[in-house]
Design a protein around this ligand. Structure first.
Ligand SMILES: [Zn+2]
Length: 326
């Protein structure tokens, strides 16, 4: 049986929208029963086929909530809606669901499962009329809350089994040492900054954390009980979490960046928002699907992970291999 056949067999057809320049828009939609669900996509232009739901897994810009948030058919968690509102200074027009809860789309119940990638990030799961369990994960740090499924639609940020950069451990000890001696951490304002602040508090540090405006606004809103915080210019302590490009503005003896993909002239401490390759494989094992569709980020890592799963005997394609367009 080919990969295409198994999707047909399950009655869930992955489709993509072709944009005006003749290229596929990100990411994909799933057509099943009478439904069309769009996943981490921008909105369909007027006059084109409209989905019955835009599922927004989290508020990172490469998941296109900035556009989808303007649709009444958007579905995201309250935290994701809040983060989108602050980041893009627009109203969130969709509906919200809580992590661990569910929401109706017509006659269908769609459940949301926390993935620990950002505050408010979730996977979405539902069952089709013929009993096929679909799970769309978005980006994942923690797969413990994910249920078993038949069709897994998932990420491959670190999905290349042959790339050594896809295997890593978080350096919690290094981070703890730096927090103890007082340091300024460069972290993206949404996601990494809140991960850093939660860890600082989990390590038992109660000191005031200095932050730049955007990081401060997002962290105050998304982690209200995790203060004290203060604007970085007014911080009396040596502990700061700021956007990577603000690092040069902070007077501090010790500066670090908390990203694995930085070319900034500061030492790195590895604190990832993602599962590494081993973690992704454990997640696949736990969710135990019959077929997989690797959808983010489009490109070689998704292709390599789909290829690897095929070699293990699982029907699997990457988003680039989707043949149907609308
Ligand atoms: Zn993300």
């Amino acid at each position: 049986m080919t990969e295409g056949d198994i999707f047909k067999d399950m009655g869930v057809i992955p489709v993509r929208r072709m944009n005006r320049s003749g290229r596929p828009s990100p990411h994909l939609s799933l057509s099943f029963d009478s439904h069309l669900f769009s996943i981490d996509t921008s909105r369909s232009p007027k006059g084109r086929r409209q989905p019955d739901a835009y599922l927004i897994t989290h508020a990172h810009s490469d998941h296109y909530g900035k556009s989808a948030m303007l649709s009444a058919d958007a579905i995201a968690t309250m935290e994701t809606a809040r983060a989108l509102r602050i980041r893009h200074e627009r109203r969130y027009e969709g509906r919200t669901v809580s992590a661990g809860g569910s929401i109706q789309v017509d006659d269908l119940e769609v459940a949301a499962y926390s993935t620990g990638h950002t505050i408010g990030s979730v996977a979405f799961g539902w069952e089709t009329d013929s009993g096929v369990r679909v799970l769309v994960t978005g980006d994942i740090k923690n797969y413990e809350n994910l249920p078993r499924c038949d069709l897994l639609v998932t990420e491959a940020n670190y999905g290349d089994p042959w790339d050594p950069a896809c295997r890593f451990e978080d350096d919690i000890v290094g981070f703890g040492d730096a927090v103890e001696s007082g340091a300024t951490f460069g972290a993206y304002a949404f996601g990494k900054a809140q991960r850093a602040v939660s860890l600082i508090r989990a390590l038992g540090c109660r000191e005031t954390v200095g932050m730049d405006d955007k990081s401060l606004a997002l962290t105050k809103e998304l982690l209200p009980g995790y203060g004290p915080f203060t604007p970085m210019e007014e911080n009396g302590s040596d502990l700061n979490v700021v956007s990577p490009w603000e690092l040069s503005r902070v007077k501090s003896q010790r500066k670090y960046v908390l990203t694995g993909r930085s070319d900034l002239p500061f030492p790195q401490i590895r604190l990832s928002d993602h599962l590494d390759f081993k973690g992704l494989m454990r997640m696949v094992e736990k969710t135990s699907p019959d077929a997989a569709l690797i959808y983010h980020p489009e490109g070689s890592r998704a292709n390599m992970m789909a290829h690897h799963l095929r070699e293990l005997g699982m029907a699997s394609i990457s988003v680039s291999e989707i043949k149907d367009f609308f």
